[in-house]
Design a protein. Structure first.
Length: 417
């Protein structure tokens, strides 16, 4: 706790020094948009940003000419990790991401005025921890004029992130691991997005369900560790409750398996933006609840090149009996987060995460508190300092015995073009 108190003191010190901003889904809530293509190429967010997103992310810093490349982008993330028991656990410096992306315009879409083009989007991770990974690889077709409302806004086919819950670029987030929807998970299929009004957005997807069992966008095979799947399907909804400063959403995603019961996840989420009050306040609140069925099974939620299996992350090998007992249970995840823009250059963060591998036993849960401070010192660079304090309420799991129960100290450097 003394380390959390130290970071709180840093927060107080920086509070009285500079001026205002935000991050990811809460960006959309801040400006009242429900279609993430306002900043990203993908209508459900994540992946490469278009020029609006680059300008928005500059946070009032001078904008360099290399950041103005319309058809190319790059993201570098270096992580300095130090666990409490450093002599027993992985620690040091690693390149998490070194992602190069191309997103050229293709041919004009027939029937649309004003230069509405189809778009190719593809990115590849050259980083040490995610080396050799093709991430997004899709073609996006606009189906409406820009800034229009339409039941059918865009059509996408290829490889993409699953639109589910509150997107984050942290692959260790409890709720993203619970539902196998981290930013390192990709599926191949088609997606239809629409904006029936400026306040409502939906994403409807049909995929080959190849994230099941540790896949990451390629074909799967019918064996015990990587079961063949027939298809996946999902729906994501977002609504902006104007003039109130809230956005709410709900997601549903399932994958039909030939080997075991269909893994299914549901999410409800909400974002409160203090910027949209009559008297603006520079903070955002994010809430999410996820229920998942079938994803505790390590045969389906297995290890990928960038993510550990759910059971491996939360349970030590000595609790294999407990892992078997909960693998078909319905899990419940809860997350709440406060982001306070101390100034235009500094953001303070507090997050609480909880995961019950079996919702019938709420006392047997995992919890993590995170507190940190992020400095956007350039238009395309930031550094974050954070402390995670994790605990297990599951009998037989001691602190530090599994990755989900370890306390960590982070320094994360991020640079992008």
């Amino acid at each position: 706790m003394k380390h959390l108190f130290f970071l709180f003191l840093l927060f107080v010190v920086f509070y009285f020094s500079q001026n205002i901003l935000l991050a990811r889904p809460e960006y959309a809530a801040k400006v009242g948009t429900v279609n993430c293509s306002a900043c990203h190429y993908s209508p459900f967010g994540g992946g490469p940003r278009q020029m609006n997103g680059k300008y928005f992310g500059a946070r009032q810093n001078p904008f360099g000419k290399n950041s103005m490349l319309e058809n190319f982008s790059f993201d570098l993330k270096i992580n300095i990790l130090y666990p409490r028991d450093a002599e027993k656990n992985a620690n040091g410096v690693a390149i998490m991401n070194a992602i190069g992306a191309v997103h050229p315009h293709l041919n004009d879409v027939p029937g649309l005025e004003g230069g509405m083009n189809s778009q190719l989007v593809a990115d590849y991770n050259f980083g040490v921890l995610g080396a050799g990974t093709l991430r997004n690889a899709y073609v996006l077709f606009p189906l409406k004029e820009e800034n229009e409302s339409s039941f059918f806004s865009s059509f996408m086919f290829g490889k993409f992130n699953i639109p589910f819950g509150l997107m984050t670029d942290e692959h260790r987030h409890y709720l993203r691991m619970q539902s196998k929807t981290t930013y390192n998970e990709f599926d191949t299929g088609v997606a239809l997005s629409g904006d029936p009004s400026r306040r409502f957005h939906y994403d409807l997807i049909l995929t080959s369900a190849n994230t099941l069992g540790g896949g990451s966008g390629g074909f799967t095979s019918a064996d015990a560790t990587n079961p063949e799947s027939r298809y996946g399907y999902g729906l994501n909804l977002r609504h902006d409750i104007q003039p109130m400063p809230w956005q709410i959403g709900a997601s549903w995603f399932a994958q039909k398996s030939l080997v075991f019961d269909t893994p299914t996840s549901y999410s409800i989420y909400a974002i409160y933006s203090g910027y949209r009050r009559n008297t603006p306040r520079p903070f955002s609140l994010l809430f999410e609840v996820v229920r998942s069925k079938g994803w505790n099974n390590s045969s389906g939620n297995g290890t990928t090149p960038n993510n550990p299996a759910l059971a491996t992350f939360f349970l030590p090998s000595s609790l294999s009996t407990y892992a078997d007992a909960v693998k078909e249970a319905t899990s419940l995840g809860i997350s709440s987060e406060l982001q306070w823009d101390v100034t235009s250059k500094y953001m303070a963060l507090y997050r609480y995460e909880q995961l019950q591998l079996d919702q019938k036993f709420p006392g047997e849960r995992f919890e993590r508190h995170s507190i940190g401070l992020k400095n956007y010192f350039m238009a395309n660079a930031s550094i974050q300092f954070r402390v995670d304090q994790a605990r297990s309420r599951v009998q037989g799991i001691e602190v530090g015995q599994a990755p989900a129960t370890r306390d960590y100290y982070y320094a994360i450097f991020n640079y992008w073009l």
